[in-house]
Ligand binder design. Structure first.
Ligand code: 3HC
Length: 677
């Protein structure tokens, strides 16, 4: 895991632990042995540490967390590097992340390839840099800059690192980095230890930073600990600061939040794997994409491909709709450019890859065609039948349907093996999740291509089988049904939503309904009032777009509880003969969150989701489930499946005759086994 090469008087130590040179026990042992040997070897004047393969190092081996520690520990290894009597240079290419950057911080000098990125992303795993990073980084670049990097977890490019003083030199290129590092090391006479430096900062800096970031770090343990550790760097000598860092690290790494965040890290990567399919399956080349429908979804979907440099042909029925759709896409790009996240040239480049047309025949050259029209089976079947006659052999035919059966859609073609679902979430150019729906006849290579392509355009894909609503929206159904019932039984929209936001969701069911549009799926007959939703719609309360839904909204879309809605609910209750009762937060929790877990267990039992962790990924990336609570399935395992089952039984009467306890959930609870295994 460690290779050493002698270049005259310079010793090169190469970390080789593919794919990311994680600093597992083997690498740590090898590094510390190589450093110790170099001290004793008179032929070595200076040392260069670099990474083999595609990067310097992706940091500590996350799979070791939660297991019994195996020495030497990373902080000791980094200290030994810093203590070297011979100058040590870190030569960084690709990425130096977390413990990887901490190794480089232990070195006396740093040189990086121009495309390298450096960062301390530990906070995203619910921990803090635990190998001296919180102590050495501020000593090099100052407390404020260090806070920014450590608390955001975002890596910075080498050029910026050079300006900040994090690296000493920029190499000409990746290719010349090795030689330049050796030449640089040869010029050095003595070690230069970051730990010998001091850094000072006003106490106010930390308070201001915490206040400025209050919203982002609310409810999270790690960012607060990061701030505390960086503050210690300004107050204590290195060794005492490191003790403080270690204590905070140990607290975090054994805590619930870090466990959940690590689960999400691996869940996301596992979701990309399709059970039963070889990883090296031959993919179909996708060079040209067609999109049918230039509405909100079609436009958003197209933007993903354009941004990734893949040309898109977009088809509409009428010129006006086509113009409106392309106009919205341009406006979205320009808004991003106005925020400085795209250059005007990038906007033009993306838009130049778009071919808007009214001619369906123009899709003939596309390798993948995505239908994104409204939810109507007959319309979709008609489109797929038409596509069957136009698309070239082997082209993939996808539907963006949120609920409908891919299998039934596929029957409209003579090539069901090429048909699959690509369910994007709104706004499709922003939301990361794509449910890649595998029909009964979808060919393995078509499925694998859908997954790989989604990743290529920066999405997080999850395989779903065919069922009404697939994984995510199917789980929303019991949540919404119960949320609506709770209003009639005595709860208010505010109360139900508060339980969800206090849990950590970005919004509750009624805030979400207002955002999406209360009128979605409404029959449009104001006289026919069969549900609360009908009653709201009949009064024009269609949600945020009308500044009135379950809440009243001001111009800035700030919601306030609505007396009109309270009245509508009262009237509705009276008509239905319901006497309102007081509803506890516990009941809301069970009926709107535990029921989702119950549905998730059915989804798992039916094989709609490949694994429990895939369901968690869906909820993290599609619905804003709080990452530090892992996902609904992980969360259920944490609180205990028996707790979930007991809760559901507690409210069995209120849940009504339509509710059935998931046999899988009941079984695993009885066995004391988790859903995720
Ligand atoms: N430990 C263990 N495994 C890791 C790992 C790590 N630090 N980083 C990546 N891997 C694994 C992944 O799980 C994946 O495994 P798989 O192929 O079996 O699914 C494989 O390496 C490749 O990873 P990616 O698919 O993510 O590869 P990319 O090239 O897309 O991304 C990366 C590379 C940017 C390094 C990304 O993997 C990443 O962000 N890794 C985590 C970085 C991180 O958080 N480091 C801090 C670790 S904590 C730490 O250092 C504590 C210290 O302060 C004491």
């Amino acid at each position: 895991m460690i290779e050493t090469k002698q270049h005259d008087d310079v010793l090169e130590i190469v970390m080789t632990n593919p794919p990311v040179n994680a600093l597992g026990a083997g690498v740590r042992t090898g590094l510390s042995e190589a450093i110790a040997k170099a001290q004793a070897n008179p032929a070595v004047k200076a040392i260069v540490i670099r990474g083999g393969g595609k990067m310097f190092s992706g940091g500590a081996d996350i799979t070791e967390f939660g297991k019994p520690p195996v020495g030497p520990m990373l902080p000791e290894v980094v200290d030994a590097i810093e203590a070297s009597d011979k100058p040590v240079v870190a030569a960084i290419h690709g990425m130096a992340l977390g413990g990887g950057l901490e190794v480089a911080l232990g070195a006396h000098y740093r040189i990086a390839a121009p495309k390298a990125k450096l960062g301390l992303p530990e906070v995203l795993l619910g921990i803090l840099p635990g190998a001296g990073g919180t102590q050495r980084l501020p000593r090099l670049i100052g407390a404020e800059a260090a806070l920014g990097m450590i608390v955001s977890g975002s890596p910075i490019p080498a050029t910026k690192a050079a300006q900040a003083g994090l690296i000493d030199r920029l190499a000409e290129s990746d290719e010349t980095l090795g030689d330049e590092a050796i030449a640089f090391a040869r010029t050095l006479d003595a070690p230069r230890r970051t730990g010998d430096r001091t850094v000072s900062a006003d106490a106010g800096v930390f308070e201001k930073f915490a206040a400025d970031n209050a919203r982002k770090i609310k409810g999270l343990d790690a960012p607060k600990a990061c701030i505390e550790a960086v503050k210690a760097a300004t107050e204590l000598p290195l060794d005492q600061g490191q003790q403080k860092e270690r204590a905070l690290f140990m607290q975090l790494v054994t805590g619930e939040q870090s466990k959940a965040l690590r689960h999400v890290f691996f869940a996301e990567r596992t979701a990309a794997k399709i059970d039963g399919l070889p990883r090296d399956i031959q993919l179909r080349p996708i060079r040209q994409v067609g999109v049918i429908g230039a509405g909100t979804m079609g436009g958003g979907i197209s933007m993903n491909f354009l941004s990734a440099g893949i040309p898109v042909t977009i088809v509409e029925m009428a010129q006006e709709a086509l113009d409106r759709g392309t106009g919205v896409m341009r406006k979205n790009y320009e808004a991003t450019a106005a925020k400085g996240r795209l250059t005007p040239e990038q906007v033009e480049k993306a838009m130049s890859l778009l071919t808007p047309t009214l001619d369906f025949g123009a899709l003939a050259h596309c390798d993948l065609i995505i239908e994104a029209v409204y939810e109507n089976m007959d319309v979709k079947k008609e489109i797929f039948a038409k596509l069957d006659g136009i698309a070239k052999p082997g082209a993939m035919l996808a539907s963006n349907t949120s609920y409908l059966s891919i299998d039934e859609i596929a029957t409209a073609t003579k090539r069901p093996q090429d048909v699959l679902g690509l369910h994007f979430f709104s706004p499709a150019n922003v939301m990361k999740l794509v449910e890649v729906v595998r029909g009964a006849k979808t060919a393995p290579d078509a499925l694998a291509t859908g997954m790989a392509l989604a990743q290529k355009i920066g999405k997080v894909p999850v395989v779903s089988g065919v069922c009404y609503g697939f994984i995510g929206n199917r789980m929303l159904i019991p949540r919404q049904t119960n949320a609506n019932a709770l209003l009639l039984e005595g709860a208010t929209p505010e109360q139900v939503d508060r339980v969800h936001t206090a849990f950590g969701m970005p919004m509750g069911p009624f805030q979400m309904a207002d955002l999406a549009g209360v009128d979605i799926g409404w029959h449009r007959d104001p006289e026919r009032i069969e549900s609360l939703q009908d009653a709201l719609c009949a009064q024009g309360r269609w949600g945020q777009k009308k500044q009135a839904g379950f809440y009243d909204y001001d111009e800035k879309r700030k919601p306030t509880p609505s007396p009109v809605v309270a009245q509508i609910i009262d009237d509705f209750r009276a008509k239905a003969g319901i006497t309102p009762r007081s509803i506890s937060d516990d009941e809301i929790m069970v009926r709107t969150l535990y029921t989702m877990v119950n549905e998730g267990a059915d989804i798992l039992a039916e094989g709609i989701a490949q694994r429990a962790s895939d369901i968690d990924v869906v909820w993290n990336y599609g619905y804003g489930w709080p990452r530090h609570k892992g996902g609904p399935m992980f969360w259920a395992d944490q609180i205990g499946l028996d707790t979930v089952v007991d809760g559901l039984k507690r409210y069995e009467t209120a849940l009504g005759g339509d509710f059935t306890l998931s046999p899988l959930l009941a079984k695993r609870a009885a066995e004391g086994k988790p859903l995720d295994r």
